[in-house]
Design a protein around this ligand. Structure first.
Ligand SMILES: Cc1cc2nc3c(=O)[nH]c(=O)nc-3n(C[C@H](O)[C@H](O)[C@H](O)COP(=O)(O)OP(=O)(O)OC[C@H]3O[C@@H](n4cnc5c(N)ncnc54)[C@H](O)[C@@H]3O)c2cc1C
Length: 287
């Protein structure tokens, strides 16, 4: 195994192209090194992108939020700019492993690894994030939903590096929430995770909702039928229960060692209702 350090995105892209299919990018290493150690992945060359300048950091203005791909979970969970209306980003980041993992692990690695259970993915879907991919050619931007193709499969070409996530900060009266269920409370891969964004108008009626579900399909996805249940309705428990049932119906989980499909589906319904209630509580606190 050879480890190469890339000084720039262009250099990393060139190395990926010239070293061929046996080469992989290394960011924080908290996923890939474990896969290599377990023998789940074969790789001859690791290209360390962890020290490329300008790929970490968070920039927020009224029009856009940008999170660099190398931004650590620990940075996100402590970022004051996400407290309040983008709380879900903090909630998802602070449940990724323990703090030792969060000090190393990056948001780019969490998404590019394309695990159906990755905790940041549902939040980024609920925020309507796009990914920026840079390589030898001009950078391109894709909605996150088009970037994730299946377990461990993304739309990134071999010589492309995921460089950043971007989304428009939600405007108006809105709140977000993220909840996950695991077999224990910490250091646990999600058996279900749910992110919610709820926006209400001046009368308190639901103007829009975004619900994203993880670990209940090959990729995390938006539960659009559940979102439609809430449109133009007061954010009542009854409406939330309906959305919970629609989210459970939209999920397509598998049985595995962590949980049965039936239990996962049940959890989707309950976590959706709880996430929506959290959003409602947060909206009430903010007024
Ligand atoms: C003990 C432990 C607990 C964990 N708990 C959780 C948890 O609760 N929730 C959770 O979601 N995850 C968890 N993880 C998984 C992991 O920590 C996260 O997914 C992390 O965010 C991965 O980031 P990384 O920088 O370490 O990625 P790496 O391991 O460096 O890379 C992961 C994959 O993404 C690719 N990659 C990385 N960066 C880029 C990039 N910029 N462009 C293109 N491809 C790239 C790599 O080639 C590799 O295939 C846990 C891991 C451990 C070891």
């Amino acid at each position: 195994m050879h480890v190469h350090r890339a000084a720039s995105v262009q250099q990393a892209a060139t190395m990926m192209a010239t070293l061929g299919p046996g080469a992989r990018l290394l960011a924080g290493g908290t996923d890939i090194l474990i896969q290599l150690r377990r023998g789940a992945l074969a790789c001859e060359h690791l290209i360390d992108i962890g020290r490329i300048a300008g790929l970490d950091g968070i920039a927020i203005d009224g029009e856009a939020v940008q999170i660099g791909a190398l931004t650590r979970h620990r940075t996100i969970e402590r970022h004051a700019g996400f407290a309040g209306s983008m709380q879900a980003l903090i909630e998802a980041s602070r449940v990724v492993g323990g703090w030792q993992v969060r000090n190393m692990a990056t948001i780019g690695g969490n998404v590019a690894n394309a695990s159906p259970a990755a905790d940041l993915v549902p939040v980024l879907l609920a925020l309507d994030a796009t990914v920026e991919l840079a390589g030898p050619a001009e950078a391109r931007h894709l909605p996150l939903s088009q970037f994730l193709l299946g377990p461990r499969r993304t739309a990134a070409r071999r010589d492309e590096v995921l460089t950043a996530f971007r989304f428009t900060p939600p405007t108006g009266r809105h709140a977000t929430a993220f909840l996950k269920a695991g077999r224990r409370k910490a250091m646990e891969i999600s058996i279900v995770n749910v992110a919610a964004l709820l926006e209400v108008d001046d009368a308190g009626r639901c103007r829009g909702a975004r619900l994203a579900l993880g670990a209940v399909g090959p990729v995390a996805f938006r539960a659009t039928d559940a979102e439609a249940c809430l449109q133009n309705r007061m954010p009542s428990d009854e409406a939330f229960e309906e959305a919970g049932r629609a989210a459970a119906a939209a999920s397509n989980p598998i049985d595995d060692v962590r949980a049965s499909a039936a239990y996962r589906r049940h959890l989707v319904g309950r976590l959706t209702v709880r996430a929506l209630r959290l959003c409602r509580d947060r909206l009430q606190e903010a007024t």
